[in-house]
Design a protein around this ligand. Sequence first.
Ligand SMILES: [Ca+2]
Ligand SMILES: [Ca+2]
Length: 159
Amino acid sequence: MDPRKRVPIRGRAAVTLGLAAALTTVAGLAAAPASAGTNCEGGYHCVFYFDFSSAKHGYFTGDPDFSNDTFNQGGSSGRGTGVNNNAWAASNSSTGGYYSLYYYNTGRTGPLVFCVRPGSQVGREQLSTNNVAGDGIGQRDEASSLELRDSGWIPGGCF
Ligand SMILES: [Ca+2]
Ligand SMILES: [Ca+2]
């Protein structure tokens, strides 16, 4: 729709809309920093086997080693597969404002593969890949551990 063809809002309607916007802003500021990422239960940091409708694993806290975890929830695609070096997407539904930081290696070592802001997500089409899992190159099929951060050093460029 051409925005120039919008019907102008006049009089009382405009005042009402302005008030509603102001109230929404106040409510937004007063609310806890709870926010939901795509297809991830509140309070959890989720990784997905393929896309947001495939099998997933939800982390409530950070995890130093994905090698003992499987995609045990969500859709059937990838269900039962190990999480380590297999995640193609991630979603952050932190209720405490925590960023999800995914590392190439277990023990939260090595460079960051990627990070996800509270209430945000990253799909497979946004992640780079060289089609080799766990070789430390690209972003799909690489995450091996998770750190949660709400203060201190927060990397730039998080999804
Ligand atoms: Ca890895
Ligand atoms: Ca790779």
